[in-house]
Every structure is written in structure tokens, then in C-alpha cells.
Design a protein around this ligand. Sequence first.
Ligand code: ATP
Ligand code: MG
Length: 331
Amino acid sequence: KKVLFSGMQATGNITLGNYMGALKNWIALNNDEAYQCLYCVVDLHSLTIRQDPAELRKRARTLLSLYIAAGLDPVKNCIYYQSHVSGHAELSWILNCFTYMGELNRMTQFKDKAAKHADNINAGLFTYPVLMAADILLFQTDVVPVGIDQKQHLEITRDIAERFNSIYGDVFTIPEPYIGKIGAKIMSLQEPDKKMSKSDENVNATIYLMDDADTVIRKFKRAITDSDNEIRYTDDKPGIKNLIDIYSAVNDKTPAEVEKEFDGKGYGDFKLAVGEAVNTVLRPIHARMEELTKDKAYVDGIIKDNAEKANYYATKTLRKVQKKIGLPERI
Ligand code: ATP
Ligand code: MG
């Protein structure tokens, strides 16, 4: 089986973009016997930005629960917290010593985030990609589903792994990007030339998976479009294009079919239809989420079992690495 690894940060509330672009593709692999999948809540990465402790804990739990509520099977997949598997941090330290400052200096995410958090440009923010490399290499991952925003980090992961292997022999599997069924890239509802992002300060720009039905409708009604009133799929109309993408993805239709469906209708009707379509996706997720919130013992059990499983595989790689680089063996 091929090992597939992916994760999300617990930095904000998960969005419709995260669902359409990532989670939905993960769920589609539930029954694919070709892959052994690990899905991590990368809570250590979240520490690169100052966090409120109670909030972080709550958001990490919500994110892990949402993975399950959205349909990710917690028995077939290993769903766990990064911080529960100490191998992530241990391997990350080792890989730090095989990564060059110059390489990290080139990372565009660092530049973006450093500009955004000028008051807290910590070393963790700088070595973020090394921890990500450790996440991936720890499980001898074959494939990593990544959005375009994370491509550079997968490349540096490969570079670090190849560098390490060239010195010590074949220790790490070199991971490949996994291109799933074309996951829609969802744009901001307020600035449709920017992607929808969970760290956007403008809450109206983003549909959160936990938004209630009225909020969803309200946000779509306020979505920025253009001044004519025609529902056409074109780059000249990024707002409408984005709404068509969302509607297409939910209803499994092509943009052309959506254009036809709304031929002669106005933006008001269309926005309402998109909002309702999204609500049909969110409704069962909310229902399942409510059950999971009540069943604390069930979720706790998943957390415990999966952390054990992940630890087992992580330790295997870690011991191999420690031995190769000359750290004393355990007696
Ligand atoms: P942040 O602003 O904190 O970076 P994010 O919304 O970009 O938040 P990530 O945790 O960086 O979320 O990414 C989680 C996953 O969701 C990644 O696979 C990423 O490619 C995907 N993703 C993020 N935003 C979108 C989007 N707007 N459309 C489609 N996929 C997305
Ligand atoms: Mg991101």
C-alpha cells in the first residue's frame, strides 16, 4: 500500500475551501485499498503564531472531530494530533541540521507570514517547512495531497530527504505530490481574486464549515460580484465564476450546465441557490458534529488509538534515522 499523509493547521476554523480543496478528496479515498492514509491535526505548526491556550485546544479538537463528521473514516484512516506523536518534533530537529538557511529564506510562505506577523517573526515560523518535512518523512510517505500554496514546501521536503539519503543511504521514501480529483479552488467571497482562507480577518469573505444556515445565506447574498446581472463562467467575472465553481462542485455539474440552469435568472436568485446548495452539504456535517460533541468517550477513544498507531510507525522511522546518524542505541 502507498502511504498518504496530509494535515491541516488548527490555526483557524475550517472553511468551505478546506473542505472542497482537501477534505472532500480525502474522504473520497476512504474505500481506496491502494492507500494507507494518515491525517494529522498539525497543532505544533499552529504555535508559530501566538495562540490562546484554551482556544487552541478547543480548535484542535473541533478540527479533528470535523474530519470525522465530514466523513473521514477514523478506523480506516489514522486521524491524530501531531503533538501526540513526539517523533514529529524529534525528527524535525534532526532535519534542521540538514537544511540550509538559504533554502528556508526562499520560502514564500515565510515571507508572507513574516510580513503579516512582523511583531512575532519567531524561529518556528522560519523552520516551519522543516517540521512539515518531518511530518511527511516520519511515515515514509509516498504521496502528499497538496494545494498549490504548499507545493514549495513539498519540494524542500524532497530536497532534504534526497540530501539525507545521499549521505546515509536509502532512509527516506521520497514523497510525490498527490493530484486528486480536481479539487475546486474556492475564492474569497469578498475579494474573489484571493483564495478563501481560514486566517482571513473578514469573516464575510469565508464560509466556515460550522456556519449555521442563515449565516451561509447571508454571506452568499453579500458576496462581491459585478454590476451586470448575467451568470456566465469567465475570468472577467471572478465573483460569479467562484460561485459557479462552488455550485458545480456541490451538485456535480459542469460550469456550462450551471450557466444553462440559471439562464435568464439574476444574481439574487443565483446567490440564494448557491447558499442553499452549500447548506445541503453542511447540514449532515453539523448533525454528525453534534453527536460527536455529545459522545466524548468515542472521540477520546479514536484519539488514543490513532495516536498509538501513529507513534508505532513514527518510532520505526525515527530509530532508523537515529542509528544512521550515529546517536547511541537504546539498551
Ligand atoms: P491559512 O490561512 O491558515 O493558511 P488555509 O485556509 O490556507 O489557512 P491550510 O491549513 O493552509 O488552510 O490548508 C489546508 C488544506 O486546504 C490544504 O490542502 C490547502 O491546499 C487547502 N485549501 C486551503 N484553502 C483552500 C481554498 N480556498 N480552496 C481549495 N483548497 C484550499
Ligand atoms: Mg494555507
